[in-house]
Design a protein around this ligand. Structure first.
Ligand code: CTP
Length: 405
């Protein structure tokens, strides 16, 4: 299983807005993600951008209104509409929104949208006043009620030089949203999974903290892989520099204590908990209210143990949710296998994912990981170095097997 965009047939409608040039970036990104992208440009879109641009980045014909009236024209829109997994109109102008809301079909794009039965995704871009106009707002409302998904518009600088709500969403955001929508009906649809990721920071004073080398990449990659399989994902994240996975509910925390509180608050009714975070095992016994000044003397820090979140969750599930799967990681520098099994048993887990972080090839901050899955029923799967996303795919396979999906 790769990302859910791969192999999908997407109709990308482009309408008359200066943001049309950004649609070319979007078409390129969708194509790179493995989609077959058929672009349909309205007459006004061609005032802003050339169809050749789309043809070049997608490697496929870009359609214009004249194609509706070509010799095979009476079926082109039906063919396109029926093959599509998704109709995405980005940017969508106020005019096209109005046509879609009222079922007007007077050009190839509006005719195709009317004939299509797949999900419709709309990314508006227009002057803020046009977007705020009651006519447009009613059209948006009508389309939402009919199930259309809106991405943006965002507040920001507009082509008119004014600042307002009408700015086209960034192509990356649209791409992530499309990925989320296309993955929704995957193998894990309906399953609720809570996971932690990243490091924690334990404050010493207002400017200093104790932390660790975790980048959060493994946890975020697992979150993305589970979203791609249709799971409902809640991610409790320590501080990272990573883009938030689109479609996940993300709770950002700083310290181990905050992470524990967030996990316990969101644990209810979950089907699985995965503890990927590198939670601090110790925290300063007290946090100085002011910056600690140097005195020329040694400074001794007193550290106290933090709560083991994974163990707490494992104990809690016995009481309140015995069906929930609990999965931990074991980051070890020696005797990886033995230490991991010990943690699996002591913490009462269903699966532990052991990784040797003491190897010459670094794991922290890297895009690849080398892990071994050890499950409570004694199954051991040792994997070669693989992308951190693939570790998430393997976990999805584990869930599918466990839940008999
Ligand atoms: N973990 C946790 N809360 C903590 C510490 C660890 O939930 N306060 C979780 C981690 O997210 C991981 C697992 O416990 O899934 C194992 O973490 P690791 O640091 O490898 O082991 P520890 O149990 O902390 O033991 P040690 O540091 O002694 O190896």
């Amino acid at each position: 299983m790769s990302n859910p965009i791969a192999g999908k047939h997407i109709i990308l409608g482009v309408t008359g807005s200066i943001a049309a040039y950004k649609a070319a970036i979007l078409a390129s990104k969708l194509t790179q993600a493995g989609a077959k992208v058929d672009c349909i440009l309205t007459e006004s879109a061609t005032q802003f951008i050339n169809p050749l641009t789309f043809q070049t980045v997608t490697g496929r014909k870009a359609y214009l209104d004249q194609d509706l009236w070509a010799r095979e024209g009476h079926v082109v829109h039906i063919g396109l509409a029926h093959e599509a997994d998704l109709v995405l109109i980005a940017p969508v102008s106020a005019n096209t929104l109005a046509k879609l809301a009222h079922g007007i079909a007077d050009n190839l794009l509006s005719v195709t949208a009317l004939a299509a039965t797949c999900p419709l995704v709309l990314a508006p871009a227009m002057d803020a006043g046009m977007y705020a106009h009651p006519a447009t707002q009613q059209n948006v409302q009508m389309l939402k009620e009919r199930g259309a998904e809106f991405i943006g518009p965002k507040p920001g600088h507009l082509a008119s030089g004014l600042v307002g709500l009408g700015r086209f969403a960034e192509p990356e955001t649209i791409l992530s949203r499309v990925r989320f929508l296309l993955g929704k009906n995957g193998r894990l649809a309906g399953k609720r999974i809570l996971l932690t990721a990243g490091p924690t920071q334990e404050a010493l004073d207002p400017v200093r903290y104790i932390s660790n080398r975790s980048s959060g990449k493994q946890g975020y990659a697992i979150a993305q892989a589970l979203l791609d399989e249709g799971a409902t994902v809640t991610l409790v994240s320590g501080p990272t520099n990573l883009p938030l996975p689109e479609g996940a509910q993300v709770i950002e925390v700083t310290s181990a204590a905050e992470m524990k509180d967030a996990v316990m608050t969101h644990l209810k009714d979950k089907d699985a908990f995965i503890s990927v975070a590198a939670v601090a095992d110790f925290t300063p016994s007290s946090t100085a209210g002011e910056k600690i000044k140097k005195t020329g003397q040694d400074l001794t820090l007193e550290l106290v143990p933090t709560v083991d979140i994974l163990r707490t969750v494992s104990e809690e599930r016995r009481r309140s949710n015995p069906g929930m799967l609990v999965i931990g990681f074991a980051a070890e520098t020696t005797q990886t296998y033995q230490n991991a099994i010990k943690k699996l048993q002591e913490k009462g887990l269903d699966l532990i994912i052991a990784n040797d972080v003491g190897q010459p090839q670094p794991v922290f901050g890297a895009d690849e990981n080398k892990v071994t899955f050890i499950s409570a029923d004694g199954q051991v799967q040792e994997f070669p170095w693989m992308p951190k996303y693939t570790v998430g795919e393997k976990l999805a396979d584990f869930f599918v097997q466990k839940w008999g999906l």
